[in-house]
Design a protein around this ligand. Structure first.
Ligand code: ADP
Ligand code: AMP
Length: 217
């Protein structure tokens, strides 16, 4: 089964939701660039302070900073045998950097890029109703509520609403995706590693489609 996996798709497509499931099933780390930024923000690190203005405006953090952060994370031994990347790469420069990093740290390459497709009209409702756990688990008030309101089912931590999940910022983030990240679809398509997944169906069905695709590689 594929081990170096890049989740692609617009904000709200369900990348984080599905990445957590894949990571658990395959026993590989889930590396979310957004989660790492948010952890740095909470801990008021230099990286967090630097990234904050971009994140809250719904802009991309500059490539050099983001690439250095991911290089550092992928260099850790737990990523050697596989990883599910979520939110990285987001620009052509990041995609090129990822190829180099994977080769350097693991002698590996991107095996498969599931691209989760969801109509734009669905994304806003998904994102404005999202509730997040500090450890990266995500819920939705309507589509995927936690068993106990406001609490993570997995670790009992208090759920929060992301500052960039407001209607205004969400709309901008979708535009940023269309302009800066969408070109990656063609990049990975040309390599023959892109697989389209219908994300506009219940979470379980998306997972079933995804695991079937992963099993082919
Ligand atoms: P991404 O990581 O792509 O931004 P998330 O996995 O955080 O997306 O999902 C965005 C929101 O949509 C969350 O609130 C999540 O619970 C919800 N969600 C994810 N997948 C589905 C789905 N298939 N149907 C309905 N809601 C979903
Ligand atoms: P996400 O959690 O993936 O929705 O990301 C939240 C925010 O973090 C984005 O809107 C960006 O500001 C920033 N971010 C996350 N990943 C990247 C990346 N690969 N490149 C640039 N900025 C990123």
């Amino acid at each position: 089964m594929a081990k170096h996996i890049v989740m692609l798709g617009p904000p709200g497509a369900g990348k984080g939701t599905q990445a957590k499931r894949i990571a658990e099933k395959l026993g590989i780390p889930h590396v979310s660039s957004g989660d790492i930024f948010r952890e740095n923000l909470r801990n008021r690190t230099e990286l967090g302070r630097m990234a904050e203005e971009y994140i809250n405006r719904g802009e991309l953090v500059p490539d050099d900073v983001t690439i250095a952060m991911i290089r550092d994370r992928l260099s850790r031994p737990d990523c050697r045998d596989g990883v599910v990347l979520d939110g990285f790469p987001r620009t052509p420069a990041q995609a090129a950097a990822l190829d180099t990093i994977l080769q350097e740290v693991a002698g590996a390459q991107v095996d498969i890029v599931p691209c989760i497709r969801v109509p734009e009209s669905v994304l806003v409702e998904r994102l404005t109703g999202r509730r997040s756990c500090p450890r990266g688990h995500v819920y939705h008030l309507k589509f995927n509520p936690p068993a106990e309101p406001g609490k993570c089912d997995h670790d009992g931590l208090e759920l929060f609403q992301r500052e960039d999940d407001t209607r205004e910022t969400v709309t901008h983030r979708i535009q940023v995706y269309n302009q800066q990240t969408q070109p990656l679809i063609e990049y990975y398509e040309k390599r023959g590693v892109l697989v389209n997944i219908n994300g506009d169906q219940p979470i379980e069905n998306v997972s079933a489609e995804l695991f079937a695709a992963l099993a082919q590689v």
